[in-house]
Structure formats: C-alpha cells, structure tokens
Design a protein around this ligand. Structure first.
Ligand SMILES: Nc1ncnc2c1ncn2[C@@H]1O[C@H](COP(=O)(O)OP(=O)(O)O)[C@@H](O)[C@H]1O
Ligand SMILES: [Mg+2]
Length: 257
C-alpha cells in the first residue's frame, strides 16, 4: 500500500501539485488519469523519489520515502518496478540481457539463478522465442512486454507505469493492460499507472484518481467514472474516441428503433 498525504510540488513559483491525498492498495491496478499537462508524470516522479516534494508524505507501507536518505532511497527503489514512457531498453543488449540486467546490477544471485529468474519473467510475458533478439528487431508491443518482464524481475512490491500504452495501437494496448493487471494480482503488487487512455480507464480502472491542474478532483472506479459529477472529468471522458463510439452506436440503435 502506498499512501500520499498533503503532497505539494512547485518548480520555483510554479505550483504543479496541490495537496494530493490518496491511498493505493495492494493487488490492484490504481490509475492516475488526467489531461496532458495535469501533473501525472510529476506526481509519479515524486512518488518514486526522482523528485522531492515541496511538502507532504509518501508512505510505502508506512515508510516515508520523502524523509529517507539517499542510500535508503536506493534500497527502497529495489522494491519498485518501473515502466516509463518509451520502453527504455538497451539497444545493444539482447531481450534476455535486458531482462536480466537489474539482477546483474542489484541482486546477489549466482549467474545460474539470475538466468533462471530472467527466463521465468520472459516466459511470463510470452517472449521466450524472442530472447536472443535485439530491441530494434521486435515490435513496439513486444518491447513493452520486455520492459514489463524487466520491471518485475526483482519481484517488486510496487510497480509504476507512466503511459504504458503510448505509441501502441488499441489492440496491443489491451494486451499490455491485461498483462499488467494479471501480474499485479499474481505478485500482489501495488501498481500505479498514469494514463489518459479511456480504453484503459474503462478496462482496468479498479481505483482511479483524476487530477486536473495539479489537484485531485475525483476518485472512483471504472463503474462510477461515467456517472461522475465533475465537469473536468466529464470533459476528459466524453471527449474520448471510446465514448464517441459508444454514443454513435447508441444513436444508431435509436435510429433503428
Ligand atoms: N522540471 C520542471 N520544471 C518546471 N515545470 C515542470 C517540470 N516538469 C514538469 N513541469 C510542468 O508540470 C506540469 C505537469 O507536467 P506533467 O506531470 O508532465 O503532466 P502529465 O504527465 O500529466 O502530462 C506541466 O505544466 C509541466 O510543464
Ligand atoms: Mg506525463
């Protein structure tokens, strides 16, 4: 569980996050949604300790990362998996080496154990057959699956994904969303996903926080998001292609009736 308490972030005079409070639970896909520029990436960077909040607390099962020393933060980060925009794979390493990399860097496993663990995670994302390929030789969706395998190879308790579907077609996005959700349950991780993709919101939004202009405007689930009484959230939801399609189908059915 990750708890955020009264989190603020400013860059100079510019306030980007204002009094964010929420709880992200284990075994759930928690979504942070909002328009581009709302503050999702800055919020995630504050959560993982890449940025220091101006004020507030971020508690990892009670442990406040904000007040940790640099060394404590480094140790804390070994409990986190991260998938950032783009897949950020090493182009000169094979798929297998990319997935094994965190173990080579941070674990005290033997070479045999590292190979076995990397293999297990590659199998989990159905990429065994591509293990000897280089990132440049596989599709964007496969690269994303490599990034997922690499993010879970250290058995993290917490998984962070910043716009995991950016650059992917809707069908591949669905596969990635499903994979992240399944893995979250299997590993009982606290997973946080930044997105403005309404397909993801409606598909995997078990706990959703909506931010606009750096403020938390609404919190709910995929079942309550459509009926939310928040103008800014409605604008985001009803402007989406997904909703337009739903509306078109409804209108078509009305015409036929
Ligand atoms: N290092 C920075 N310095 C100043 N402003 C920043 C910095 N990083 C992000 N911002 C601003 O913070 C706001 C939120 O950005 P971001 O978190 O990237 O939005 P999102 O991920 O929701 O699209 C934007 O107005 C952006 O320009
Ligand atoms: Mg962003």
């Amino acid at each position: 569980m990750i708890e955020i308490k009264h989190l603020y972030k400013s860059f100079g005079e510019k306030e980007v996050l204002h009094d964010i409070n929420t709880v992200f639970e284990d075994g759930k896909t928690n979504l942070i949604i909002g328009q581009s520029g709302a503050g999702k990436t800055v919020l995630m960077q504050n959560l993982v300790g890449l940025l220091d909040p101006t004020k507030g607390e971020v508690l990892y099962d009670g442990r406040n990362i904000v007040t940790m020393t640099k060394r404590e933060k480094i140790l804390m980060r070994r409990e986190m998996g991260m998938i950032f925009q783009g897949s950020a794979l090493f182009d000169s390493q094979t798929v297998f080496e990319n997935v094994r990399f965190p173990l080579d860097m941070f674990s005290d496993m033997t070479a045999k154990e590292r190979d076995k663990q990397a293999q297990k995670c590659l199998d989990r994302v159905n990429l065994t057959s591509a293990e000897a390929k280089f990132p440049g030789e596989i599709s964007g969706g496969m690269q994303k699956r490599v990034a997922i395998a690499r993010a879970i190879v250290m058995n993290p308790k917490y998984l962070f994904c910043d716009e995991p579907n950016s650059g992917l077609d809707p069908k591949t996005s669905l596969v990635i969303d499903q994979l992240i959700t399944e893995i979250t349950r299997e590993y009982n991780m606290t997973t946080i996903i930044n997105t403005h993709d309404m397909n993801s919101v409606m598909g995997i939004g078990e706990n959703i926080i909506f931010i606009a202009d750096g403020k938390k405007e609404w919190q709910g689930t995929k079942d309550t998001v459509i009926s939310a009484k928040n103008k800014k959230l409605n604008d985001l939801v009803f402007a989406s292609d997904l909703f337009k399609k739903v509306k078109e189908v409804e209108l078509e059915e009305e015409r036929k009736a």
